[in-house]
Ligand binder design. Sequence first.
Ligand code: M6R
Length: 610
Amino acid sequence: MCGIVGYVGTKEAAPLIWDALLRLEYRGYDSSGIAVLDGQGISTVKCKGRLSDLKARLRELPAATLGIGHTRWATHGVPSDRNAHPHRDCTGNVVLVHNGIIENHRELRERLLKRGHRIESETDTELVAHLIEEEYDGNLASTVAHVSRELEGSMAFAVIHASEPGKIVVYRDKNPLIIGLGDGENFVASDIPAILPYTRKVIVLNDGECAEVTRDGILIKDYSGRIVHREPVVLDARAEAGEKGGYEHFMLKEIFEQPEALSRAISARIRYDRVILEEEEFGLSADEVKCLDKVYLVACGTAYHAGLVGKMLIERLAGIPAEAVLASEFRYAEPIIPRNTLCILLSQSGETLDTIAAAREAKKRGARLLAITNSALSSLAREADNVLYQRAGIEIAVASTKAYTTQVVCLALISVYLGRLRGVLSPETERELCAELVSLPKKAEAALGVKDEIEKISSELFDRKDIFFIGRGVDYLTAMEGQLKLKEISYIHAEAYAAGELKHGTLALIEPGVTVVAVMNDPALSQKTASNIMEVKARGGRIIAVGSEECLLAVHLDGDDARVPVPATYPLFSPVVSMIPLQLLAYYVAKRKETDIDKPKNLAKSVTVE
Ligand code: M6R
């Protein structure tokens, strides 16, 4: 989704901003632009397409040492040169970039048009440049703060004014914005990776804050105009900027990083055969845990699929009623939150607006908030009462892989922990579950061994119109995530069904040659799934069965079918292992189709609009 970068210092701004935007490329975008400010005024270049298209235009810009840049993911108005940011007012003195959505854009546009403004784009963003033009009183920061009061929606801005050289004004409300502190230079960005090569000292703006950024200093004011003093956070020196490390795509690299990521997520949290969570990671006392009446798991997309597994884990291991809800639905569903409710919010990026809005709704209704996220300093991490970090390492590919498996193990850790505190799990059972958790990185490593076989299977699937995924119990949840992965990057229509539901309608879609991926990891359910597989085969369907050896024995497959064994584990932990072949399947089918695997069409890595 959209990315913002700004620079003020002594270096030439445009190439530096371009380079920083490139590090946000993974977020997804369809146009880009850069504006620089020097003694002569503001010069802008922008165009539809990739940053490589913009690069050719950078020579049109003067060698200024201040500028702002943007990658746009279209919401209001098609992807085009005209709608690309930065946008300007009628005079060209005010130029800005924006992430988010201005919800009252219609009435603002009407009002500005009536007053004679020339509005050139279809965007909501440009309107803000005209509002600043109208209200400018010689002080850009106070004007931006004032104009922001007229805006509804979510927004992060970086604004420059021809009459105030040497200054970038930024404003944040419900969209992330950080300021990076350098030596004789400062940076602004919507995301940390943009500025990692230049500085590790960052200040995160809060909602309603407006800041003036010059090469020598930062002045932050809150919504009421009071000066805010905030110490910068120094990022971990290991914070990665994200390199492919010899892999053809980030997605493949991230699939292969799973054993290590799982080990980071698990190892320090299991000691002496027990799950140990630090105070800041969990926060509820043993008495509070005993009183919990309900757990909500709220998230979007892949994180929601992890949440569904979490619901099963929490109910089974801790005996607490749990419900997984899509974040985009939660907020408007008037959720009933009993008195002692824990709301677990899952988000790799920690910036998904739907999830953050759901967190606020849950908090308003009295729930305690626990975030499971991969991103320190993210909006969600700061919103929640406690944060359990996934420790997966930066995930660049739009299709989530290691974020999913580390979320599932975080939920498994929480469930075991809750189960002990509530007296549901005996020490013996906790010991066995902990041993199983500790073994997951090795089992994930073994599951990666099916790579070549999956590549071979994929070569026969790339031209399919539809592919179905089935499973029972937790395997149905793995199937759901498997189908999302496939359609997201291969653009093949895929659906997941609870295997027992086939005969209630879906079997009508099965005809000779249709591929059905069956997931089987729960010995208690494998015979039943095997019967459902026979229903598919009887109608000419072709099976790819993924699961533990023991479960796969239950099914009779023949020449056309494929068998993909993965190591057995406790069934509710199995998504961590059996998801790996499904991730590889999606990857190799997409590769064969030559799609843009790391940046699939129409999708963005971090979805900061509702
Ligand atoms: O950053 P989040 O975990 O909050 O993102 C949620 C979804 O947008 C995300 O999981 C999406 O579904 C992935 N692209 C799927 O691979």
